[in-house]
Design a protein around this ligand. Structure first.
Ligand code: ASP
Length: 324
């Protein structure tokens, strides 16, 4: 039997409804897990009570500390499963994917329903995640996310719905595999994985989302706060209005890297449009287009790159070398 460590960090999976407070964290989740004999049948499981926070409380520093814990612990296990709130799971999983060096399975899971809801998904997701972590073919796949009997990569997965059990999707690509009753099935390979093996992260990186008619005050605020980089989730292929160009120029002139991703759900940004503010014109100005990577994940990758290399020019070159 494979030896799997389950690290508990909190989230709805460890919450229950209280009549006066609403859905809140409980302290007996580790105990609750023991009431599922199915878990013992799939692996030799140990549980580590790491934290018990709702995932909106997660910060990049907490994520990075968690990654360091996984890194130290996994040497003594065949795989690690992390339970987490769903709200920021895709970010924590992706930061761990960037910085972890292990080839062993690291699998995040969560629940959309609390311990007081009908049709609990948490225990099923945990057992699925432990099965995935115990499966030899899950090695070398980077950090995985198991939800609703599906296996996703940390890079591609997003929480796409605020309430449904099937909220986690790899939009545009589909899941990597399935947790079937008889066995784990992988349908495809992820072609590449982002890695930045670093000892520290730099958190002063901003993310701004474009909306029709939005103005440059957020960019100016980032400049004022000396952000190392600004990621803008622009329109479509990576386009912005012409009147923002002076603010983008000001950021670039201040030595701040500007990255352009898209606010669309799928697809890549491209240097296609040459009008003032269009993706091609922005690239010509010195902004960096980020392919299909979502803004929140570009932000985390930049935190790791700045943590490792420090200066903007090196970060720019390292970002571009692996850009697809
Ligand atoms: N608000 C919760 C959290 O992310 C939602 C969940 O876990 O599903 O902690």
């Amino acid at each position: 039997m494979k030896k799997i460590l389950i690290i508990l960090t909190g989230g709805t999976i460890a919450m229950k409804a209280s009549p006066s407070l609403g859905v809140v964290p409980t302290s007996d989740f580790a105990q609750f897990l023991k009431s599922f004999p199915q878990l013992e049948r799939v692996a030799d499981v140990e549980v580590m009570d790491y934290s018990n926070i709702p995932s909106p409380y997660m910060t990049p520093d907490l994520m990075f500390d968690l990654a360091k814990t996984i890194d130290l612990k996994i040497v003594d296990y065949d795989g690690v499963v992390i339970t987490h709130g769903t709200d920021t799971l895709e970010e924590t999983a992706f930061l761990c994917d960037l910085v972890l060096t292990t080839r062993k399975p690291v699998v995040f899971t969560a629940a959309m329903r609390s311990g007081s809801d009908l049709g609990l998904d948490g225990p099923r997701n945990i057992i699925g995640a432990v099965r995935v972590a115990s499966f030899i073919d899950s090695r070398d796949k980077g950090v995985l996310v198991v939800m609703n009997d599906e296996i996703h990569t940390a890079r591609d997965v997003v929480k796409s719905d605020s309430g449904k059990v099937g909220a986690f999707m790899s939009l545009g690509y589909g899941p990597l595999g399935s947790v079937d009753p008889d066995r784990i099935v992988y349908h495809r390979n992820a072609l590449y994985r982002e890695c930045v093996w670093t000892d520290r992260i730099e958190t002063n990186i901003d993310l701004i989302k474009a909306t029709a008619g939005f103005d440059g005050r957020y960019i100016r605020c980032s400049i004022e706060h000396r952000a190392k980089a600004i990621v803008i989730e622009a329109f479509g292929r990576g386009n912005l209005p012409d009147y923002l160009v002076p603010d983008i120029k000001a950021a670039l002139d201040a030595g701040i890297l500007v990255f352009i991703s898209t606010r669309t759900y799928t697809g890549r940004v491209l240097p296609e449009y040459g009008y003032e503010g269009g993706g091609k014109a922005l690239e010509d100005l010195g902004a960096i287009l980020t392919s299909d990577m979502k803004g929140c994940k570009v932000r985390l990758k930049l935190m790791a790159l700045f943590g490792k290399y420090g200066d903007a020019d090196t970060v720019r070159r390292f970002f571009l070398q692996n850009r697809d």
